[in-house]
Design a protein around this ligand. Structure first.
Ligand SMILES: Nc1ncnc2c1ncn2[C@@H]1O[C@H](COP(=O)(O)OP(=O)(O)OP(=O)(O)O)[C@@H](O)[C@H]1O
Length: 326
C-alpha cells in the first residue's frame, strides 16, 4: 500500500484500531440470531498536524465509527487511538478544547436561539472570556458570511446557512484539528464552494488540520492532498489523490448540450460514451492525467455549437469498488 512519510509527531495516530458491534436480527417468530459486525477492522494510520485528509469509502465502510472513536464518543474494541496526543474516551473533556467536530447530519447549535447566541454560549463552554472570543467570532462571521442571519433562530436557517454556522461553531475555540463528517451533504454548488474556500483559508492562515469524510469527490479535490480509503473497516489506500486516480484509472465525463441534435461526435482526446435527446446531449469520457476538460470541450466546439456543459466526477462508490476488485 502507498503511504505518506511523516516527519513530526502525528495529530492522529491509529494502531490496529478495531470496533465491532453485536447485532441481533430476527430469525423466525421468536428467535434472534446474533451477528458481529466488524465496523472498523484493524486500521493503522497517522496524520500529521497541518495535513488535510479525506477519509472516504462506501456507505457502511466504517468512516463514522472511526470518527466516533477519534473524538471519544465510542470506545474501541481493541487497538489504540490517540487524538492530539490524548486517549479520546477518558480524556474527552481535554480533547474537546483541541478539536472541532462538524457532523453534517447533526447540529451542535441551539435550535431555538438566534445563530449568534450559539457562538457566545460555545465560547463560554470553552471558558473563553467574551472579550477574548469576540475577535475570533467576528473573524468567523466575516469568513463564513454569516452577518445576514446572526439574529435568525437556527431552525429557520437554510441548510447552507446552518452548515456555515456549524463550521463557525466548531471553530470558535481555535481548535488544532477540525473533523468534518459529510460537511457538504445536501448543499447547492455555491454553498459548497463557499464552505470549501473558507476551509482552505482557515487552514492556510492557522495551519488547522482537516479530516473530512465525504461522498463528493470535488470536496477531496479542492481540500485534501491526502486520501484514506476505507473498505469493510479496513484501509484500502493511503496516499495522494493523484496516486489514487492512477491506481483506479479514474475517468471523468464531460456532458455537453448542443444547439442542435446530431450524430455522435468523435474527438481525438476523449471517447464518446453516450448520446441522449437524439444526439442533443453527448458524453465524453477522458483520463484527467492525459488531457483536460478544456481540451475536450475545444475539440467538441470545433465541430458543434455547445449550449451548456457539466463535468461529472467519478463516484466514490465506483472508486472503492475498483480498488477492491484489484
Ligand atoms: N451502533 C451500531 N450498532 C450496530 N451496528 C453499527 C452501529 N454503528 C455502526 N454500525 C455498523 O457498522 C458498519 C459501519 O458503519 P459506519 O456508520 O461507520 O459507516 P460509514 O462508512 O460512516 O457509512 P455512511 O457513509 O453510510 O455514513 C455498518 O455496517 C453499520 O451498520
Amino acid at each position: 500500500m502507498e503511504t505518506i512519510e511523516h516527519k513530526s509527531d502525528p495529530i492522529i495516530q491509529l494502531d490496529e484500531l478495531r470496533r465491532s458491534f453485536v447485532v441481533r436480527a430476527k430469525a423466525g417468530r421468536i428467535r434472534r440470531d446474533k451477528r458481529v459486525v466488524h465496523a472498523v477492522d484493524g486500521i493503522t494510520a497517522s496524520i500529521n498536524a497541518g495535513e488535510a485528509c479525506g477519509y472516504i469509502g462506501a456507505n457502511g465502510a466504517g468512516k463514522s465509527t472511526t470518527i466516533k472513536m477519534l473524538t471519544g464518543i465510542l470506545v474501541p474494541s481493541s487497538g489504540r487511538v490517540r487524538t492530539c496526543g490524548f486517549d479520546p474516551v477518558p480524556q474527552r473533556r481535554t480533547l474537546a478544547c483541541e478539536i472541532g467536530v462538524v457532523f453534517g447530519q447533526r447540529s451542535q447549535l441551539w435550535w431555538d436561539l438566534p445563530l449568534g447566541e450559539s457562538f457566545t454560549i460555545l465560547a463560554a463552554v470553552h471558558r473563553i472570556s467574551a472579550e477574548a472570543a469576540k475577535p475570533r467570532i467576528d473573524e468567523l462571521i466575516d469568513g463564513l458570511e454569516l452577518s445576514g442571519f446572526l439574529n435568525t433562530p437556527v431552525r429557520q436557517l437554510s441548510l447552507g446557512e446552518r452548515m456555515r454556522g456549524e463550521v463557525a461553531a466548531a471553530l470558535v475555540h481555535r481548535p488544532r484539528l477540525l473533523i468534518l463528517d459529510e460537511p457538504t451533504i445536501g448543499l447547492d454548488m455555491i454553498s459548497k464552494e463557499r464552505l470549501r474556500q473558507f476551509l482552505i483559508a482557515e487552514r492556510a492562515e492557522r495551519g488547522t488540520t482537516l479530516l473530512l469524510t465525504t461522498h463528493d469527490m470535488s470536496d477531496i479535490e479542492r481540500l485534501c492532498e491526502r486520501v484514506l480509503v476505507v473498505d469493510h473497516g479496513r484501509l484500502a489506500y493511503d496516499g495522494t489523490l493523484d496516486g489514487l486516480a492512477r491506481r483506479v484509472a479514474m475517468q471523468r465525463v464531460l456532458i455537453v448540450d448542443l444547439a442542435e441534435p446530431r450524430s455522435p461526435i468523435a474527438v481525438p482526446s476523449a471517447t464518446n460514451v453516450g448520446s441522449e435527446l437524439n444526439g442533443a446531449r453527448q458524453q465524453f469520457s477522458f483520463a484527467p492525467d492525459e488531457t483536460t476538460a478544456a481540451k475536450v470541450l475545444a475539440e467538441v466546439t470545433a465541430v458543434a455549437e455547445v449550449r451548456d456543459l457539466t463535468l461529472s466526477e467519478p463516484a466514490i462508490e465506483d472508486i472503492v469498488r475498483t480498488l477492491y476488485h484489484r
